[in-house]
Design a protein around this ligand. Structure first.
Ligand code: NDP
Length: 327
């Protein structure tokens, strides 16, 4: 029996991350090399030309797995029957914009998208929010989709995770494949906490291999502020690495992680004292198509303080969108 096609929707598909994502999705790197894809590209009216252009180029790629590409500015149409939704388009913070304005502007995007997902998505829909503030945008979308299990709404911290793995590997002069057990906790923001206390390199505890000064003064700030470093050097925000991380997140979610764990922002079930329902980054394994928070890790006071600080920021964001009536 041929594998049925899966419906994949990308919002903000005319943007930079969209452009870095679409061709890799079409080539099978999102769901696997045997899974046919139908693509829907959602854009706001000003972004439609860019998305149409990408659709023409996708056509020219003659990708064997790509069954069809449709461009639309109608969220209802975009999410009808969707199996995987990559919510990339969001409202960037403009000059002089307060956080409440940013959250409100994004509420106007992610609220209706949540409603459209609720109305039309496939039963097995998986949603990954990339557009910032990603954790809280996922919270807003989930709040507008009461019929979709909340575990299906996730936000991306995989880029932060990958950055942490790469920094550690470079520092210890070892291949990235030797590194395991790193965790990003909290918000996808500069308050995130990249935690190496359970990490290993070729089975050896990282704790025995790095000193605290490097950890606190180099590693943690470098990972948390890597986005700004990229902007400074490149003259624009990270694009291809963000798209790469989105592919990693969905691929692992669908295909499983085995014993290894990674990081993803998922709805808290109260684990590690994170208030229930907050979309928070945790150590996670993907088992039978579901993210499972890794349980039972010991959290010392150093880590606890940093996790609490990032969770406090998520609580503030949640309270702000509550006040705005968005959740
Ligand atoms: P990008 O494609 O570069 O970025 C899209 C979003 O991803 C931004 O919100 C950005 O947040 C976020 N992001 C998350 N993680 C990262 C990361 N590590 N590095 C960089 N960005 C990250 O933006 P463009 O402006 O090129 O494209 C956005 C597109 O979205 C536009 O075409 C616009 O028309 C569209 N749009 C579509 C909507 C819809 O479909 N309904 C709604 C709103 C916009 P940050 O800004 O904080 O970096």
């Amino acid at each position: 029996m041929p594998t049925p096609a899966r419906n994949v929707t990308v919002t903000g598909a005319g943007g930079q991350i969209g452009y870095a994502l679409l061709f890799r999705i079409a080539s099978g790197q999102l769901l696997g090399p045997d899974v046919p894809i139908t693509l829907r590209l959602l854009e706001i009216p000003q972004g439609l030309n860019a998305a149409e252009g990408a659709a023409l180029e996708l056509h020219d790629g003659a990708f064997p797995l790509l069954r069809s590409v449709e461009v639309t500015d109608d969220a209802t149409r975009a999410f009808e029957g969707v199996n995987v939704a990559l919510l990339v388009g969001s409202r960037p913070r403009g000059p002089g914009m307060e956080r409440a304005d940013l959250l409100e502007a994004n509420g106007r995007i992610f609220g209706p998208q949540g409603r459209a997902l609720n109305a039309g998505a496939a039963d097995d829909v998986r949603v990954l929010v990339v557009g910032n503030p990603a954790n809280t945008n996922a919270l807003i979308a989930a709040a507008h989709a009461p019929d979709v299990p909340r575990e299906r709404f996730t936000a991306m911290t995989r880029l932060d995770h990958n950055r942490g793995v790469a920094q550690l590997a470079a520092h210890l002069e070892t291949p990235v494949s030797s590194v395991a057990g790193l965790t990003i906790w909290g918000n996808h923001s500069a308050t995130q906490y990249p935690d190496v206390f359970h990490a290993t390199v070729d089975g050896r505890p990282v704790n025995d291999l790095v000193d605290e000064t490097w950890l606190t003064q180099t590693f943690i700030p470098r990972v948390a502020n890597r986005g700004s470093e990229i902007i400074r050097v490149r003259g624009g925000s990270s694009v291809a690495s963000a798209a790469n991380a989105a592919l990693d997140h969905v691929f692992d979610w669908v295909n499983g992680t085995g014993d290894a764990w990674t990081s993803a922002a998922v709805a808290s079930d109260g684990s590690y004292g994170v208030p229930d329902g907050l979309v928070c980054s945790f150590p996670v394994r993907s088992v039978d198509g579901h993210w499972r928070i890794v349980q039972g890790l010991e959290i010392d006071s150093f880590s606890r303080a940093r996790i609490d600080a990032s969770v406090a920021e998520l609580i503030d964001e949640r309270d702000a969108v509550r006040t705005l009536g968005l959740v």
